[in-house]
Write a protein that binds this ligand. Sequence first.
Ligand SMILES: Cc1cc2nc3c(=O)[nH]c(=O)nc-3n(C[C@H](O)[C@H](O)[C@H](O)COP(=O)(O)OP(=O)(O)OC[C@H]3O[C@@H](n4cnc5c(N)ncnc54)[C@H](O)[C@@H]3O)c2cc1C
Length: 355
Amino acid sequence: MTSTKRTRPTPRPTSRPASRIAVIGAGMAGIACARTLMQAGHEVQVFEKSRGAGGRMSTRHTEFGSFDHGAQYFTVRDARFQQALNTSPTRVAAWRANTISVQDSTGRVVVAAKPQQHEHYVATPGMNALVRHWAEPTALHLDTLVELIEPDRLNASRWQLQTSGLGDSRQVHAGFDAVLLALPATQALALLRASGQLPKVQERIAQTEVAPCWTLMLAFPQAVRGAAFGPHWQAARSAHHRISWLARETSKPGREAIERWTVQASPEWSKRHIEDNAERVKAKLLRGFTEITGIRAAPPYAEVHRWLYAQTVTPLGQSHVWDAKQGLGLCGDWCLGHRVEDAFVSGLELALTVA
Ligand SMILES: Cc1cc2nc3c(=O)[nH]c(=O)nc-3n(C[C@H](O)[C@H](O)[C@H](O)COP(=O)(O)OP(=O)(O)OC[C@H]3O[C@@H](n4cnc5c(N)ncnc54)[C@H](O)[C@@H]3O)c2cc1C
């Protein structure tokens, strides 16, 4: 079944509608793209390497409650995003956090109120709930890593995907008129390179830049509900030398009551410490957390997560890529920026172009 040939397939006639479409990646971009194509009448299959849809809009479940350890909230500037959200009112809620900014340029922590420029929204009951809900009608292959895109053995005008899954099970999924990559830039580039496709696009993706992020999750079940524990604020943008963001999970609508915090290291610090031992990172971020919040209690739950591709620094500068001749396209937040809504708009624009 395995092919080592990296030739391009015969270009398919541009007049024929691409009706059988593979979308790789079930984050916001991939699912926004897939549902739009399905609404336009196409047959869509989505391939996702993880156990569930959501991508970086992720939720970690623990015995003390859940953590949004990826995207913290999202904003809505695009009317089409608003329209899509209106279809799922039970999965979205406004998060009116009392957010402050924290500065410590002199080594001293100073806090100042920071008015929100745009309304903040979260998915409920956890950040992954919205994409998972939107993914429900799609034909979704979970635990399925796409390793190669290649010409279909039986019909050279179509594509097939080589995938690996649980227990290293290998499969070939064939017969696609189009393949759309809805992956972080680095992973999209790796897949295109492995498949020997779109060399010019590869060069452009290589110029985009994405920063990593170490994330710390803390639970304090010893805090009694209603009693004062920690600072009066619920979220903070921080200029602390290690930490750029902190949020009290309990302040988000629809979350469990146990006191929990999510803390993000700054992109610069994360980059410098990307290969550090997780225990060391945890200890350093916990110290920063104490300096900022004044919370000295030992958390019975403290875990870190390393995001290698967290937030775009240099985007592509266009909403998506679509090569109609080849039937290959790309979307993802990195095309436009670093936000959930960029991912949505990118996926939507690609689907509208392909449809
Ligand atoms: C720590 C952190 C904090 C953030 N904070 C915010 C915030 O507060 N507000 C905001 O708007 N945005 C925030 N973001 C950014 C936001 O999460 C992203 O912009 C958005 O979720 C990206 O969606 P996407 O669909 O483009 O990519 P992703 O969500 O990364 O989806 C890509 C999917 O592809 C899958 N995949 C990868 N390779 C393969 C393969 N070969 N085969 C099959 N599947 C594959 C992945 O498992 C993933 O599910 C944050 C991100 C991080 C990591």
